[in-house]
Design a protein around this ligand. Structure first.
Ligand code: NDP
Length: 294
């Protein structure tokens, strides 16, 4: 079997253009343009690139973006003061504090200080709590799992009663992913570093979400034929043929899994572009919510 390729780049483009249309309409009808504020602490190269790409995506969708770049030695109190200032700024609809934060800062304190109505990353404990509860909806869904759900929707994957296996249980990917799949009526198993026999779980999975951060850990022989495979992982693999000496690969061994799966996301070009597209979508939703309350 040769799997269908789930083109995250194309789907993300579709999401971003839908947002651009809605933003233009908002400008016309309400004379209002949504605004996203990013907070980047320190000069981590990957974080700097992620934040730059987020600003670019906002710009393309017609969303105003404001970047706060802060030295790595900022105190927790001073960072809190910046978050509160952005909470009070009526031109800011969404606040994104880029993770990871320096070790001396408690990210739970910082993320918990973001105004719930501006928590476009969806990491506020109340948002996560609502996601976990039956019959409740979070104000925002964390961008990467939200993007994975959109990919499944675009591929018409029927989650009702499906066996879904999520590899990884982090607060930003694995945990909310499992909760979203459960809300969509899948039967969910979450595997982690202490799981005794991951392959036994994978073998029965109709849908696999891999978010562990281990290069090409999932191979084709572990999958149920026809499974839908969403690869969240972004790992560097040595590749002397590349100028930079490495290439990006996922948590899934693409070639062997594409032989067995029904559909699969590539890395790059799968989940990555969706994360940014859903941030732009969440910022629009924040502005829409604000306007509906005024
Ligand atoms: P974390 O390191 O926070 O979490 C990794 C998870 O994998 C943990 O729950 C861990 O278990 C589990 N794990 C580790 N080893 C194994 C193993 N051998 N078998 C099964 N589970 C294991 O990572 P993140 O969730 O932040 O990110 C995961 C990957 O996704 C990374 O490659 C990251 O770069 C990528 N990513 C991609 C994004 C995108 O936009 N495409 C966005 C965010 C992340 P335990 O809890 O027991 O330690």
């Amino acid at each position: 079997m040769s799997a269908k390729v789930i083109d995250g780049k194309a789907i993300a483009k579709k999401v971003r253009s839908e947002v651009a249309v809605a933003v233009a309409k908002m400008k016309e009808e309400h004379d209002y343009v949504p605004g996203l504020a990013t907070v980047l602490v320190g000069d981590n190269t990957a974080s700097t690139t992620y934040v730059r790409n987020k600003h670019k995506a906002c710009q393309e969708a017609g969303i105003r973006s404001i970047g706060r770049e802060i030295p790595a030695d900022i105190s927790q109190d001073d960072l809190l003061a910046i978050v509160r200032e952005l909470n009070d700024d009526p031109t800011v609809d969404g606040i994104l504090v880029q993770l990871p934060l320096p070790k001396h800062i408690d990210d739970e304190v910082i993320l918990g200080a973001i105004d719930l109505a501006k928590d476009v990353d969806g990491f506020h404990p109340l948002n996560i709590g609502r996601l976990a509860m039956k019959g409740r909806d979070p104000q925002f869904i964390p961008c990467t799992p939200y993007g994975c759900m959109r990919l499944l929707k675009e591929m018409d994957v029927d989650l009702n009663g499906a066996e879904a296996v999520v590899l990884g249980r982090s607060n930003i990917v694995g945990l909310p992913m499992g909760m979203l799949l459960q809300k969509a009526n899948a039967t969910v198993t979450i595997c982690h570093s202490r799981t005794k026999d991951m392959v036994e779980h994978l073998k029965r999975a109709d849908v696999v979400i891999a978010a562990v951060g281990i290069t090409e850990m999932v191979t084709g022989d572990m999958l149920k034929p026809g499974a839908v495979v969403i690869d969240v992982g972004i790992n560097r693999k040595d590749d002397p043929s590349k100028k930079r000496g490495y290439r990006l690969v996922g948590d899934v061994d693409y070639d062997s899994c594409a032989e067995v799966a029904g559909a699969i996301t590539p890395v790059p070009g799968g989940v990555g572009p969706m994360t940014i597209a859903m941030l732009v979508q969440n910022t629009l939703e924040a502005a829409e919510h604000k306007l509906s309350q005024s």
